[in-house]
Design a protein around this ligand. Sequence first.
Ligand SMILES: N[C@@H](CCC(=O)N[C@@H](CS)C(=O)NCC(=O)O)C(=O)O
Length: 286
Amino acid sequence: MTEEGPYTPPKIWTWNKANGGAFASINRPIAGPTHEKVLPVGRHPLQLYSLATPNGVKVTVMLEELLAAGHAGAEYDAWLIRITEGSQFGSGFVEVNPNSKIPALMDHSGPEPIRVFESGAILLYLAEKFGAFLPTDPKTRTECLSWLFWQMGSAPFMGGGFGHFYAYAPVKIEYAIDRFAMEVKRQLDVLDRRLAEVPYLAGDEYTIADIAAWPWYGQMARGEAYGAGEFLQVQDYKNVQRWTAEIGERPAVKRGRMVNRVVGDPAGQLAERHDASDFEKGSVVF
Ligand SMILES: N[C@@H](CCC(=O)N[C@@H](CS)C(=O)NCC(=O)O)C(=O)O
C-alpha cells in the first residue's frame, strides 16, 4: 500500500530516488564507485575499514579476542567508514569490497596483500590465520561453521526485513511487519533451544559462531535493536538472555563494541583504533 492506495508494479521497475526510506540517500540499484578516494593505511599488517554496526562489531570483537588470547599479529588499525555519507562507494573501498558494505579487511602481512570482505569470511579468515576460536575436531568445527553460516543467512531477515519495515520504512505495512516479526521470533527460538543444550553455539567452547551471532541477537535480546524489545517480548528467551549477558561481560567484547562507534554514550565510542592504548583516550575522530 502507498498513501495513494494499493500498488500495482509497472512493467519495468525504475529508480525512485526519493522513496522516503531512512537510508534512501545511500541506496542505489548499481554497484561500483561513485568517487575517487584512496583508503588510508596504518602501521599494522591488518587494516580494517568499518563502522560499529552489528556486522562491523563482529570483526572488532574477533580482533580484540585474538589480542586478548595473546596473538600479537592481530594488531590492527580500524578506520572509520561513514556509510550514511557514502564512504563505502569510494574507489579505494570498492577495491577492498566490490559489494560496498562494511566491514572490509586488508591483510598486508604476506608477500601479496589479501583482501577479505563479508563479515563471516573475515571471521573465518582470521580464525584460520591464527588457529583460534574455530575448533579443530571435524564434528565441532562443522557445528561451528553451520552456526556461522546460519547467522550470515538469518540476520538479513532481522535487519533488512524486520528492522527495515518496523523502524525505517516510510509506511507501516502490517503484512511485512507481521511476516518478519514471526521470522525473528522463530530465529530467537532456534537460538534459545540450542543454548538450552550447550553453553555456546558450537558446544562447550566460545567460537566465531558466537562472535558472529552475538552482535545481532545480543542487541536484540537487550531490547536495543529497532526499539522492538517489548514488541517481540525478547525477555522470554531465557537461554539467549543468559548467553547475551555472559558474552557481554568479556573484556574483549567490551572493547570491540567501542571500535568505530560514533553514536550513543561518548564513553563507549572510539571512532578509530590504531593502538591498544587508544581505549584509554576515549572518543577520537581523526
Ligand atoms: N553480508 C554483509 C553485510 C554487510 C552490511 O550489510 N553492511 C552494512 C552495515 S551493517 C553496510 O555497509 N551498508 C551500507 C550500504 O548498504 O550502502 C556482511 O556480513 O559483511
